[in-house]
Structures are given as C-alpha cells and as structure tokens.
Design a protein around this ligand. Structure first.
Ligand code: URA
Ligand code: SF4
Length: 221
C-alpha cells in the first residue's frame, strides 16, 4: 500500500470510530478478496513496511516494533501474544524473562537452536502495561503475522498461551487448559497450543504439561 493509500484508509477508520465502531472482526477493503494480497510477499520487504506501521493505537506508545525473527524456512514456528517491556526496548522478540523460558524449551527440550525456528507474536507493538491486545489491535496487526506464516510455511505452529490460540483459531470460548497439547490444523500446518512462558513463570508446576506438549511437537517434526 502506498503512503497515500494508507493515509486514506486511516482517515476512513477514524471516521468509523467517530461513528461508534470499536473494531472490525476482519477488515476487508472494498474490491479486494484478501488483505494479505496487498502486503509485500518477501519477509524483508514486509518487515520494512511494518517497521513504520501506524495502523493501530499501539503505535503511539511503543518504542520499537517487534517484527519477529528466525529461520525463514523453519519447520517450527512459535507464536506468542505481544511484546513486553524488554522486547519493546530492544525491538526483539522474546528477550525478557519469558524469552529465557522459551529459549530453554527450544534448546533443552526440543534440542534445536533458537535461530532454527521462527518466533513472532499476535501483535507487533507492546500494549501499555502489558495488557491483552484488543480485538481492534489484533485485527489491524494479524495480516502481517499471517503473511509471515504463509512465507515461512512451517509444518508445526506452537500457539503460546490463550491470546495466541484464540486469535489464531477464532475459538474464543475454549480455555487453553482444555485444549493444550491437542494437534489441530491451521492452513498447511499443525497447530499445537500450550501454556505461555509467562504463565510458567507464575505457575512452575505447569512445566510438566508443556514438557509433554513439546515431546509431541518433537515427535511430529
Ligand atoms: N511475551 C510474548 O508473548 N511475546 C514476547 O515477545 C515477549 C513476551
Ligand atoms: Fe501496526 Fe501491529 Fe504495531 Fe498496531 S501493533 S501499530 S498494527 S505493527
């Protein structure tokens, strides 16, 4: 999208907001079947355009956009919720305390290198105070993530936590504790939900469930 098209779109969105709309379940521009078809296909180009994104309110409070990183041909992709304070500071995904937990899972349980998987989040800018991103923010940001998923084309996606699971599947009513460890489908990939590393920091006894879920991931790789 050109800068002028973006500015026009933003104006229309502000007009909708003034009329009382809080979010669009899914934004589809008139005359286009699929929003992602308007996004750059190459990950490098996609990253470049996302780095200056102002499509949602989170752009006003973020320090850095956290695009995600890893092997663009990875078989395994992890999708978290949103950048936290450390990620916002560094512009890198999962670098704080929960990042250490995730890195341990990748290296010590899956016996892979962190740079051999791909890691991203449902939204790319930090929600203030680490609140859960709103539906409006997710709707604005998710097309970027789906473009990354399409390009990386992993065979397995691990949804880290309920926000990731809910927005990847649209199953907002299902609790993560009820669905974790199940092997679901998402496009070409198998989707396995598990607990978020932050949850493990607060509930270390749940590590055993995540360990089991990762053994399942390993058996499918
Ligand atoms: N939590 C997430 O979900 N993602 C990050 O990048 C960091 C913390
Ligand atoms: Fe853009 Fe996503 Fe950041 Fe919102 S969260 S400003 S949609 S990159």
């Amino acid at each position: 999208m050109t800068q002028i098209e973006k500015a026009r779109l933003l104006k229309i969105l502000y007009q909708y907001r003034a009329m009382g709309f809080e979010y669009f379940k899914e934004y589809k521009p008139v005359g286009s079947k699929d929003t992602s078809s308007m996004l750059p296909k190459e990950i490098g180009q996609l990253k470049e355009s996302v780095m200056s994104c102002h499509l949602c309110n989170l752009s006003k409070t973020r320090k850095n956009v956290v695009f995600g990183e890893g092997d663009e041909n990875a078989k395994l992709m992890f999708i978290g919720e949103a950048p936290g304070a450390s990620e916002d500071e560094d512009g890198k995904v999962f670098v704080g305390r929960s990042g250490t937990v995730l890195t341990n899972i990748i290296e010590n349980v899956l016996r892979l290198k962190r740079e051999d998987v791909y890691i991203a989040n449902i939204v790319k800018c930090r929600p203030p105070g680490n609140r859960v991103p709103t539906m409006e923010e997710v709707s604005a940001c998710k097309p970027y993530l789906m473009q990354q998923v399409e390009k990386v084309n992993p065979s397995i996606i691990v949804a880290l936590g309920s926000t990731s699971f809910h927005h990847l599947t649209g199953e907002y009513e299902t609790e993560i504790s009820k669905i974790r460890g199940e092997v679901l489908e998402l496009g070409n990939a198998k989707l396995i939900p598990t607990y978020h590393p932050n949850f493990l920091l607060r509930n270390p006894s749940s590590k055993k469930e995540v360990f089991q879920d990762m053994l399942k991931v390993k058996s499918l790789l």
